[in-house]
Design a protein around this ligand. Structure first.
Ligand code: NAP
Ligand code: 3JN
Length: 351
């Protein structure tokens, strides 16, 4: 029998929209895996999934599932992470958690490798993967901050339905078909499955992602505000967000207004920075109608930036359009990138 070299990897939520991309990304990256454990709820236990041409049976996630696991990638919702990530860490696994469960905990690094990879050294068994909308924005803002400082950010998002899971993709498809064929339908998932009211997403834009907080912002908006400050180590930066769901399957777009600290900077100075910034692809040529669009970013790991222009009134203010595949850089790729970084930094060892 040949012994495979690499790590025992567990994927929690393997049957979900993010979990599926997680498996695809591990496969595409040829991630060093000696053993793969696929976990879900009891609903999908027994289901077969294929990885690198081999069939795996999904098991129900339990504390004992993590015996011998080196790296556990969680994307099964916050309550599952709260219950099982500490159990996995207790058994010696390093957890990369895609939910908001631990993101703002002081002891948990919140990491986007292009921005704050060094924070991985501070981990205590759990590393948090930020919210998708935050990730793509900070990848674009960080190279600007490094050169010119950052004072203020105002972002409006145009978020794809896949951010809300496999059932939301299905809801958009069904509603679209129903509307074009003149049939009736009943919205059941968006904006938030557990909230009181549900609205049509096909041919619509819904200004609510996640539940409302007492301050009038939604939880998604508060994630963008708080996570940006933590990842960039900028507690004083002013951030405001408005998050909107649009009828796009995959690919979040963002209109980002930001103010830098330095005077005399031009839009061309920013374009020069983006041309070589890690994880960024510059697509900005208005005369030839070149700018990032959601349909073009699907299946790609990068963050696409364009429409860069200086504000007409505020000399330190700029606008840009930032697009990325929310299931890849926003979730699966950032998580696998964190796992690869842990290996390169010698922070995870094969058992
Ligand atoms: P999804 O398509 O609805 O999939 C949910 C997954 O979680 C399924 O595999 C499901 O298994 C599993 N699951 C549900 N309850 C479970 C339980 N009690 N124990 C074990 N597994 C359970 O949702 P998704 O879009 O993949 O998102 C999943 C989670 O990832 C979200 O809740 C969120 O926390 C996180 N997420 C993060 C980002 C980000 O911004 N970084 C983006 C999207 C999602 P079954 O097949 O058995 O139901
Ligand atoms: O809606 C989107 O586009 C992104 C959604 C992310 C999400 C969905 C459900 C629960 C999250 C997240 O990662 O912020 C969570 C969560 O709070 O864990």
């Amino acid at each position: 029998m040949t012994v495979k070299k690499g790590f025992h990897v567990a994927v929690v939520g393997a049957t979900g929209a993010v979990g599926g991309q997680m498996l695809q990304t591990l496969e595409n990256r040829n991630f060093p895996i000696s053993k793969l454990t696929l976990l879900s709820s009891s609903r999908s236990a027994g289901k077969k999934l294929t990885f690198k041409g081999e069939e795996y049976t999904v098991q129900e996630a339990k504390p004992e599932s993590f015996e011998g696991v080196d790296i556990a990638l969680f994307s099964a919702g916050g309550s599952v992470s709260k219950a099982l990530a500490p159990e996995a860490a207790k058994r010696g696994a390093i957890c990369v958690d895609n939910t908001s469960a631990f993101r703002m905990d002081q002891d948990t690094p919140l990491v986007v490798p292009e921005v704050n990879k060094a924070d991985l050294h501070e981990h205590h068994g759990i590393i948090a993967n930020p919210n998708c909308s935050t990730i793509q924005m900070v990848v674009a803002l960080e190279p600007i901050r490094q050169k010119f400082g950052l004072k203020k950010v105002i972002v409006s998002t145009y978020q794809a339905v896949s951010g809300s899971g496999a059932s939301a993709i299905e809801e958009l498809n069904q509603q679209t078909k129903a509307i074009v064929s003149g049939e009736s339908f009943e919205p059941k998932i968006l904006p938030v499955k557990s909230d009181k009211l549900h609205y049509q997403i096909a041919f619509n834009a819904i200004p609510q992602i996640d539940v409302f907080e007492d301050n009038g912002f939604t939880y998604e908006e508060m994630k963008m505000i708080n996570e940006t400050k933590k990842i960039m180590h900028l507690p004083e930066v002013q951030v405001a967000a408005t998050c909107v769901r649009i009828p796009v399957a995959t690919g979040h777009s963002e209109s980002v207004y930001f103010e830098i600290e330095e005077d005399g900077v031009t839009a061309n100075d920013l374009k020069e920075i983006f041309a070589t910034a890690p994880g960024v692809i510059l697509q900005d040529d208005p005369s030839n109608q070149i700018y990032p669009m959601a349909v073009d970013c699907v299946g790609k790991n990068d963050v696409f930036v364009g429409r860069i222009r200086k504000d007409l009134d505020e000399p330190k203010g700029f606008h840009m359009w930032v697009v990325s595949d929310n299931l890849l850089k926003g979730a699966a790729w950032n998580s696998v990138q964190i796992a690869e970084s842990l290996i390169h930094l010698g922070l995870v060892k094969e058992k």
